[in-house]
Write a protein that binds this ligand. Structure first.
Ligand SMILES: [Ca+2]
Length: 135
Protein backbone atom coordinates (compact mmCIF):
# COMPACT_ATOMS: atom_id res chain seq x y z
CA UNK A 1 0.00 0.00 0.00
CA UNK A 2 1.00 3.56 -0.66
CA UNK A 3 2.17 5.46 2.41
CA UNK A 4 -0.07 8.32 3.45
CA UNK A 5 1.41 11.71 2.67
CA UNK A 6 2.24 13.88 5.65
CA UNK A 7 -0.41 16.41 4.73
CA UNK A 8 -3.29 13.96 5.15
CA UNK A 9 -4.99 14.16 8.49
CA UNK A 10 -6.93 10.92 8.73
CA UNK A 11 -9.04 12.36 11.54
CA UNK A 12 -10.63 14.53 8.90
CA UNK A 13 -12.06 11.45 7.21
CA UNK A 14 -13.53 9.32 10.01
CA UNK A 15 -16.06 7.75 7.62
CA UNK A 16 -13.37 6.35 5.36
CA UNK A 17 -11.94 2.91 5.93
CA UNK A 18 -8.22 2.24 5.65
CA UNK A 19 -8.29 1.29 1.99
CA UNK A 20 -10.31 4.26 0.88
CA UNK A 21 -8.22 6.57 3.03
CA UNK A 22 -5.19 5.39 1.10
CA UNK A 23 -6.80 6.17 -2.21
CA UNK A 24 -7.97 9.48 -0.83
CA UNK A 25 -4.36 10.18 0.07
CA UNK A 26 -3.30 9.13 -3.38
CA UNK A 27 -5.84 11.44 -4.95
CA UNK A 28 -4.72 14.31 -2.73
CA UNK A 29 -1.12 13.65 -3.63
CA UNK A 30 -1.79 13.36 -7.31
CA UNK A 31 -4.56 15.67 -8.36
CA UNK A 32 -4.57 19.44 -8.15
CA UNK A 33 -8.14 19.20 -6.96
CA UNK A 34 -10.01 18.77 -3.74
CA UNK A 35 -9.59 15.14 -2.67
CA UNK A 36 -13.16 14.05 -3.34
CA UNK A 37 -12.97 14.96 -7.00
CA UNK A 38 -9.72 13.09 -7.35
CA UNK A 39 -10.87 9.93 -5.64
CA UNK A 40 -14.16 10.03 -7.54
CA UNK A 41 -12.26 10.29 -10.83
CA UNK A 42 -10.08 7.29 -9.99
CA UNK A 43 -13.13 5.29 -8.95
CA UNK A 44 -14.97 5.97 -12.18
CA UNK A 45 -11.86 5.32 -14.28
CA UNK A 46 -10.74 1.98 -12.86
CA UNK A 47 -12.91 1.09 -9.86
CA UNK A 48 -9.73 1.30 -7.73
CA UNK A 49 -8.55 -1.88 -9.47
CA UNK A 50 -4.89 -1.76 -10.53
CA UNK A 51 -5.50 -4.69 -12.93
CA UNK A 52 -8.06 -2.83 -15.03
CA UNK A 53 -7.44 -2.99 -18.78
CA UNK A 54 -9.89 -1.23 -21.09
CA UNK A 55 -9.81 -1.21 -24.89
CA UNK A 56 -11.15 2.10 -26.08
CA UNK A 57 -11.15 3.54 -29.62
CA UNK A 58 -8.12 1.57 -30.77
CA UNK A 59 -6.20 2.40 -27.61
CA UNK A 60 -5.67 0.21 -24.58
CA UNK A 61 -5.75 1.82 -21.14
CA UNK A 62 -3.97 0.29 -18.18
CA UNK A 63 -4.31 0.27 -14.43
CA UNK A 64 -5.61 2.54 -11.73
CA UNK A 65 -5.18 5.70 -13.80
CA UNK A 66 -6.11 4.11 -17.14
CA UNK A 67 -2.92 5.21 -18.84
CA UNK A 68 -3.05 4.53 -22.59
CA UNK A 69 -0.67 2.76 -24.93
CA UNK A 70 -0.88 5.37 -27.65
CA UNK A 71 0.87 8.23 -25.91
CA UNK A 72 2.16 7.23 -22.51
CA UNK A 73 3.39 3.64 -22.29
CA UNK A 74 4.40 0.82 -24.59
CA UNK A 75 2.87 -2.65 -24.87
CA UNK A 76 3.12 -5.47 -27.41
CA UNK A 77 0.46 -4.08 -29.75
CA UNK A 78 1.41 -3.28 -33.32
CA UNK A 79 0.58 0.41 -32.99
CA UNK A 80 3.62 2.58 -32.29
CA UNK A 81 3.44 4.53 -29.05
CA UNK A 82 5.02 7.86 -28.23
CA UNK A 83 5.71 6.23 -24.85
CA UNK A 84 6.22 9.57 -23.17
CA UNK A 85 6.58 7.93 -19.76
CA UNK A 86 9.21 5.55 -21.17
CA UNK A 87 7.71 2.49 -19.56
CA UNK A 88 6.03 -0.82 -20.28
CA UNK A 89 2.25 -0.60 -19.83
CA UNK A 90 2.38 -3.76 -17.71
CA UNK A 91 4.05 -1.70 -15.00
CA UNK A 92 0.69 -0.02 -14.48
CA UNK A 93 -0.94 -3.31 -13.49
CA UNK A 94 1.21 -4.14 -10.46
CA UNK A 95 0.81 -3.12 -6.83
CA UNK A 96 3.62 -0.56 -6.81
CA UNK A 97 1.93 2.71 -7.66
CA UNK A 98 5.07 4.82 -7.68
CA UNK A 99 5.57 4.65 -11.45
CA UNK A 100 1.83 4.99 -12.06
CA UNK A 101 1.71 8.23 -10.07
CA UNK A 102 4.79 9.61 -11.84
CA UNK A 103 3.25 9.00 -15.25
CA UNK A 104 -0.17 10.27 -14.18
CA UNK A 105 1.47 13.49 -13.03
CA UNK A 106 3.02 13.89 -16.49
CA UNK A 107 -0.41 13.38 -18.02
CA UNK A 108 -1.87 15.97 -15.67
CA UNK A 109 0.84 18.48 -16.55
CA UNK A 110 0.36 17.89 -20.26
CA UNK A 111 -3.37 17.25 -20.76
CA UNK A 112 -4.92 18.31 -17.48
CA UNK A 113 -7.66 16.56 -15.56
CA UNK A 114 -9.75 16.21 -18.73
CA UNK A 115 -7.55 13.25 -19.73
CA UNK A 116 -9.80 11.32 -17.34
CA UNK A 117 -13.10 11.50 -19.17
CA UNK A 118 -15.12 10.59 -16.07
CA UNK A 119 -14.04 13.71 -14.26
CA UNK A 120 -16.22 16.35 -15.85
CA UNK A 121 -19.58 14.57 -16.09
CA UNK A 122 -19.35 12.44 -12.95
CA UNK A 123 -16.92 14.06 -10.53
CA UNK A 124 -17.29 17.76 -11.23
CA UNK A 125 -20.83 18.56 -12.34
CA UNK A 126 -22.36 15.67 -10.37
CA UNK A 127 -19.99 15.45 -7.44
CA UNK A 128 -22.91 15.68 -4.99
CA UNK A 129 -24.00 12.21 -6.08
CA UNK A 130 -20.61 10.88 -5.15
CA UNK A 131 -20.74 12.50 -1.73
CA UNK A 132 -24.18 10.98 -1.12
CA UNK A 133 -22.81 7.46 -1.65
CA UNK A 134 -20.74 7.78 1.51
CA UNK A 135 -23.71 8.31 3.83
CA1 LIG B 1 3.13 0.27 -11.11
Amino acid sequence: PLPLPKTLNKNSYPFLNEEIATFEALALALLPLPGKEGICTIFHSSGYDTQTIVKNNGKTEYGLFQINNKMWCRDNQILPSRNICGISCNKFLDDDLTDDVMCAKKILDSEGIDYWLAHKPLCSEKLEQWLCEEL
